[in-house]
Design a protein around this ligand. Structure first.
Ligand code: ADP
Ligand code: GLC
Length: 480
């Protein structure tokens, strides 16, 4: 039997993306289709994706909601069935999707994402243009109120809520309750109240039928004060409904044999050709022609979470030994500044590009020898998965999904022939430095390095097993 699923989310690749959430939401539909699940994505029609409205069909005129006229358009694009929320008063504006032009959260983000959840619940209850979902899948705090509204309106469609990153919780003043059309009876500890505020994620976690997060290790970590960021008690109380399911990547988008962003395609059998991409990266950053020197890389949001201040501390030692390093990323001003300074201090060895550039990310994944992901916490992480697929060895801290996806090149794993990268713990500059040294040594042994590259390229980084697990959860809920 075909099961109908509605994803409710604030991002969806390739249309609108600030991080891995978008990749996951965008990949799920086509992946679930192979498991007999028909999927649609409810997404705000931001100005950034206004072009998607062209050729879209208005399938719901919801009248005035949250301060202005709201319609829903249906549009199929890039193999994804989108339900676009056309609410110009909330989404048709400059700046970024969460931040205004000054880089500050939009003051009405509660309304912008409250409406997302409100409509998700409305579609759960009444369907849309004759299409009635069997299960709702809400993602992160932006969609957190979906199960809250669904309960409030007595909806019977089950709801899964996925935590992609608990650092973002969506807490707003209690005075916004009326504007959000929330039932005051729900403003309790068992409901959406969170330390006197309205908690979008908190409310969702209390009301969802099942909770998932994006790796088994992060699921365990979330129940501890160190990682739960205040919500550890809520999650511990819902332990029996909480499952960690690893993310995959879209192995069609990330395929070194066909990727149009590369200077040269390659496979695990033609690894030598990877060097052409390495030279292209060195050229792009003005780092010379020595492809025998190891090239380390970082592609990342620059935030406290990612531990890149530790990379700033650890990198000079390997640069002194002749390694090269390139970074693509943007975010915290002090980190942007720090990496620009590193480039100034090591001219010809370090290249830095501040910004977001999908094609360059692909080229760097193909051209680098190893990539650093020294995160303080990492719910899943996708960059290490992309890296492995491209034969670029990940150097990762042992946390969240990084712990669950990389096999450390220790003596045992090397002897067994199963290593796929390097892990270090605890998350410190010194331990990262040790891991960089280990990578330098292994790199000097061409045969051994290539063996690990081939292992990494063979490692299953797609959605296979995880899609099955998600499908099982949907069916279990829908059959109840
Ligand atoms: P997070 O979602 O926490 O940022 P993930 O590793 O799950 O981390 O996903 C990050 C995604 O964003 C990956 O697809 C990565 O390639 C991409 N990415 C991050 N920074 C950049 C950038 N500056 N330019 C292009 N892509 C980027
Ligand atoms: C979040 C997490 C990241 C995860 C992504 C997709 O942005 O920080 O670890 O891979 O969501 O689930």
């Amino acid at each position: 039997m075909t099961l109908k699923q509605l994803s409710v989310a604030s991002e969806c690749a390739p249309f609108v993306k600030t991080g891995g959430l978008a990749d996951v939401v965008g990949a799920l539909g086509p992946v679930l289709a192979t498991h007999g699940i028909e999927s649609r994505v409810l997404l705000p029609l931001y100005r950034q994706i206004a072009h998607l409205a062209k050729g879209g069909r208005v399938i719901l005129d919801a009248g005035s909601l949250f301060g202005g006229p709201v319609r829903v358009l249906s549009k199929r694009a890039g193999g994804i069935d989108l339900l676009l929320i056309d609410a110009p008063h909330l989404y048709d504006r400059p700046g970024q999707i969460y931040l205004n032009e000054g880089g500050v959260d939009w003051v009405d983000n509660h309304l912008r994402f409250g409406l997302l959840g409100w409509l998700g619940a409305e579609i759960a209850r009444s369907g849309i243009a004759g299409w009635q979902p069997d299960v709702i899948h809400a993602h992160d705090w932006q969609a957190g109120l979906t199960p809250v509204y669904a309960r409030q309106r007595g909806g019977a469609v089950p709801c899964v809520l996925t935590i992609h990153n608990i650092a973002f919780q969506g807490n707003f003043p209690a005075t916004t309750m009326g504007a959000l059309d929330l039932d005051p009876k729900g403003f309790t500890q068992d409901g959406y109240e969170y330390f006197g505020q309205i908690g979008f994620l908190k409310g969702g976690l209390m009301q969802a039928d099942r909770i998932t997060t994006v790796s088994p290790t992060y699921a365990r970590e979330l129940m501890t004060p160190e990682f739960g960021m205040g919500l550890e008690g809520v999650l511990a109380a819902r332990k029996s409904d909480l499952t960690g399911i690893l993310n995959g990547i879209d192995t069609k988008v990330w395929d070194p044999a066909t990727d149009p962003a590369l200077a040269q395609s390659y496979t695990s059998r033609t690894l030598a050709k990877k060097t052409v991409n390495k030279q292209a990266v060195l050229d792009r950053f003005g780092l010379g022609r020595d492809t025998r020197a190891p090239l380390f890389s970082v592609i990342s949001r620059l935030s406290e979470q990612k531990g890149l201040d530790l990379a700033l501390e650890a990198l000079p030692a390997v640069l002194d030994k002749g390694a090269r390093f390139v970074l693509l990323g943007s975010g915290a001003a002090e980190l942007e500044h720090g990496f620009n300074e590193l480039a100034a201090r090591f001219p010809g060895l370090v290249g830095v590009e501040i910004g977001f550039d999908e094609d360059l990310a692909h080229l760097i994944q193909a051209g680098a020898d190893a990539t650093l992901v020294p995160s303080r916490f990492e719910p899943c992480g996708l960059t290490q998965l992309c890296a492995m697929r491209y034969g670029t060895l990940p150097i990762v801290s042992v946390t969240g999904g990084l712990a669950d996806t990389v096999i450390d090149a220790n003596e045992a794993a090397l002897a067994a022939g199963c290593a796929t990268g390097f892990q270090f713990a605890p998350t410190s500059a010194a331990k990262l430095g040790d891991a960089l040294d280990r990578a330098m040594s292994l790199f000097a042994d061409v045969k051994a390095w290539q063996k690990v590259q081939r292992n990494a390229m063979k490692h299953p980084v797609g959605w296979g097993r995880s899609a099955q697990r998600l499908a099982d959860i949907y069916r279990d809920l829908a059959e109840r």
